[in-house]
Design a protein around this ligand. Structure first.
Ligand SMILES: Cc1cc2nc3c(=O)[nH]c(=O)nc-3n(C[C@H](O)[C@H](O)[C@H](O)COP(=O)(O)OP(=O)(O)OC[C@H]3O[C@@H](n4cnc5c(N)ncnc54)[C@H](O)[C@@H]3O)c2cc1C
Length: 416
């Protein structure tokens, strides 16, 4: 069933009686050409592009819970392509271009809102860093504008310009950046993949990976063994645990990242702003809640909730930037498990096990990557080689030294 204005009008007249399920609920088959482990945005996008771009339709996505129950449904929904390094920037720009056409492509309202992403700076040194990043973006053909204080004031008048400790010296703006509705992205990819024949199997946890003579042949699941020609792992925060089932030790640590939503208020911020003197970002949802977050909790964990010290840290940054928020009540907070790589950049690659592929290391920035990640991972799985866009995102770069040190990361992920 196609979604369209006419369809909505027709269903409105029939009391919505004609809406069918958005995707099927099939039982697992004994064997698939390709199995994707993890029904988050990346796993579902991979399955969709495997079917759409490479004609591979005997594909299953296995999800241990419900689709979108991981980070895909927990993030703060920011999309942007304001990266610095050549190993990253073209990839994220490809993602941005896919976002720009996603609703038509999936025939689903993913609520992509290009409301702009503004990274503030508060010192001369950080202005230099922002200018360098902006120049690198422009050299890649990506939009970037360096705003001075007055231009920032005109763009986001609501932030505190009188803070003596963190003066607003300007900001780097990407107008094409913004937000998308995270659940809708998951549902849109699921529906579009299903329509092309992909089986989406929820409540099906992968508990083992069968490898024979160096080649993956099947996965063990809570719903029995399932044979597979190829297996792609897109398990985000659980990547290390699942890869260990095939004997792989990944250069990844899992940490909690929290997000927060305030009570709903009248429109206050119509863009995305990040604080340059700490790690803090904020936007406002269509329902009126302020949506914000900051650093990861500084310890390893697989829990989907965080601790108080980070709540305090994020609230401090919020009030430093927007003092008026001190009078707001927090409505909800939650946590997601982040797959923190050692250089802050992702991995989309083959693994030493034949037929086993890895998509991981997204840290706290994988939502914006969802379309390009699925697109590149599908290419890597179908063609058995990386696309130029993910060629640098190799698993062995931590051994060879060819890291993509995007964030100037420290020795541990909690220094990102
Ligand atoms: C609080 C928070 C804020 C964030 N904000 C942003 C942001 O603003 N912008 C941005 O770009 N990124 C952001 N991120 C990061 C982004 O959400 C993730 O990088 C991205 O969602 C990861 O890819 P995914 O969607 O495939 O992951 P997930 O949705 O986590 O998918 C992985 C899936 O694998 C499943 N799985 C795990 N183990 C197994 C198994 N053994 N068998 C079967 N299934 C299994 C899990 O249940 C899960 O559903 C944020 C994350 C969090 C938590």
């Amino acid at each position: 069933m196609s979604y369209s204005f006419l369809r909505i009008a027709r269903e409105a007249l029939r009391g919505g009686a004609g809406w069918g399920r958005a995707w099927r609920d099939p039982a697992p088959k004994p064997h698939y050409d390709a199995i994707i482990v993890g029904g988050g945005g990346h796993g579902l996008a991979t399955a969709y592009y495997l079917a759409k771009e490479h004609g591979l339709t005997n594909v299953a996505v296995l999800e241990r819970g419900w689709i979108g129950s991981g980070n895909a449904g927990r993030n703060t929904t920011i999309i942007r392509s304001n990266y610095l390094l050549p190993g990253n920037e073209p990839f994220y720009e490809h993602s941005m271009k896919l976002w720009e056409g996603l609703e038509q492509d999936l025939n689903f309202n993913t609520m992509v809102s290009q409301r702009g992403v503004l990274n503030l700076f508060h010192s001369d040194a950080t202005r230099d860093a922002a200018a360098r990043r902006g120049n690198a973006m422009r050299l890649h053909g990506v939009d970037a504008e360096l705003l001075d204080t007055e231009a920032v004031r005109a763009f986001v008048p609501v932030i505190d310009f009188d803070n003596a400790r963190f003066p607003i010296k300007g900001g780097l703006l990407q107008r094409r950046g913004g937000t998308a509705r995270h659940d809708a992205v998951v549902w849109g990819y699921a529906r579009a993949a299903d329509r092309r024949g992909v089986d989406i199997i929820q409540n099906c946890e992968v508990t083992g990976i069968r490898v024979e003579q160096g080649r993956v042949v099947a996965v063990e699941t809570t719903r029995g063994p399932i044979g597979a020609g190829k297996v792609g792992l897109a398990c985000a925060g659980h990547s290390s645990r699942v890869a260990a089932m095939a004997g792989l030790r990944l250069p990844i640590e899992s940490h909690v990242l929290q997000a927060f939503v305030s009570e709903g208020i009248k429109p206050m911020i119509d863009t995305v702003v990040t604080f340059g003197a700490g790690h803090f970002y904020i936007s406002q949802s269509d329902k009126g809640g302020l949506v914000f977050g900051g650093d990861i909790d500084g310890y390893n964990s697989y829990a989907q909730r965080g601790n108080m010290p980070l709540v305090e840290d994020v609230a401090e940054a919020c009030v430093a930037l927007l003092p008026q928020t001190s009078r707001l009540r927090m409505l909800r907070s939650w946590g997601g498990v982040m797959d923190m790589s050692m250089d802050g950049s992702p991995i989309i690659d083959r693994t030493p096990v034949e037929g086993l592929y890895l998509n991981a290391g997204w840290c706290y920035g994988g939502f914006k990557a969802t379309p390009a990640s699925g697109w590149c991972f599908a290419h890597t799985i179908a063609r058995d080689e990386a696309h130029a866009l993910n060629a640098a995102m190799r698993l062995d770069r931590f051994a060879t030294g060819a890291v993509i040190d995007e964030k100037g990361a420290g020795a541990q992920p909690n220094l990102h």
